[in-house]
Design a protein around this ligand. Structure first.
Ligand SMILES: Nc1ncnc2c1ncn2[C@@H]1O[C@H](COP(=O)(O)OP(=O)(O)OP(=O)(O)O)[C@@H](O)[C@H]1O
Ligand SMILES: [Mg+2]
Length: 288
């Protein structure tokens, strides 16, 4: 993982135009509320000192130490790709370095899972998005919720995006309703084979389960949605090329000793982007 020499001062290096910053432990101010603890991820809200926005509320997401590298790699890649695809995500994201002790205090039942050799842990933090998770918005009114999603102008682009990154986890939980009929995306830990994958064996031709697509349309996808997905897919190569240098920059910092790992994810995404159009065409049953 990082060499601590990458940390300069309090709120660190980030590339000029980037929406991602690297934060040192001092940027973590106060724990506010534990949101979720499960065997693959731990999420809480905390007050964070952000170099751009000052004191903000952030969703601090951390992972058992054996998953942390692939989880961060996935969140970073999908966040950058989503920004380049002009999809709505948190305004700012951070890779936060914490003393593992700080996390023990918030998640005392997960000491064993979080423990590591150097006493430093890493979290993926996103600035809180103002809005409600879809799951809470219409808990008993599923048809209303589906109706809203089907009318969402960006839906085909999101469906194509989830296919690009092989995201199998676009549940109600991972969409935030930010406005009437407008949604933001969170949680990209489970892209590209998920956090438990063996990176070197990523298969770019894998068929990923597109949860949102099946929830809304089952096996019969309307032609305007299919063609919208194809149109979105045509931009995937350009989008990948746009973010590749920055993603590489982050991977070089995060995984200085493990080129194979970052190389595997970068070439997976590159291949997926190159094949987005034929892959989606084939899935949607287009003849040409
Ligand atoms: N930036 C954010 N703004 C508002 N709400 C957020 C944000 N990030 C996360 N959330 C909320 O916190 C919940 C948990 O976060 P997230 O989905 O990232 O973790 P998770 O579901 O535990 O992770 P995984 O599915 O990878 O195990 C989300 O479902 C969402 O409701
Ligand atoms: Mg989630």
């Amino acid at each position: 993982m990082f060499k601590t020499s990458d940390i300069v001062g309090g709120s660190q290096k980030y590339t000029g135009s980037s929406r991602i910053a690297l934060l040192a432990p001092e940027a973590y101010l106060t724990e506010l509320e534990v949101i979720r603890e499960n065997p693959t991820s731990l999420v809480h809200v905390a007050e964070i000192a952000c170099p751009i926005y000052g004191r903000i509320q952030g969703f601090v997401k951390t992972f058992p130490s054996r998953f942390i590298e692939s989880a961060l790699a996935n969140e970073l890649a999908a966040y950058l790709l989503a920004c380049a695809d002009q999809l709505s995500v948190a305004e700012q994201a951070y890779v936060l370095i914490l003393r593992t002790e700080q996390l023990f205090k918030v998640h005392p039942n997960f000491r064993v899972e979080l423990a590591n050799d150097d006493g430093l842990s890493y979290a993926w933090v996103t600035k809180a998005i103002e809005g409600h998770p879809l799951r809470l918005l219409h808990p008993v009114n599923e048809p209303e919720l589906q109706k809203r999603l089907r009318k969402w102008p960006l839906l085909p682009r999101v469906l194509a995006f989830d296919d690009l990154v092989a995201n199998e986890d676009r549940s109600h939980d991972n969409l935030i309703a930010i406005n009437n009929g407008v949604f933001a995306l969170v949680d990209h830990a489970e892209i590209a084979g998920g956090i438990a994958r063996v990176d070197e064996f990523l298969d770019p031709t894998m068929r990923s389960k597109n949860q949102l697509l099946s929830m809304l349309y089952g096996d019969v996808v309307p032609s305007n949605i299919s063609s919208g997905m194809m149109l979105a897919a045509e931009r995937h190569i350009e989008i990948f090329q746009q973010i590749e240098p920055e993603l590489k920059y982050w991977y070089d910092i995060l995984f200085p000793d493990s080129n194979a790992r970052s190389h595997a994810l970068l070439s997976f995404l590159n291949e997926r982007a190159r094949n987005s159009v034929p892959r989606i065409r084939q899935q949607q049953g287009f003849l040409i």
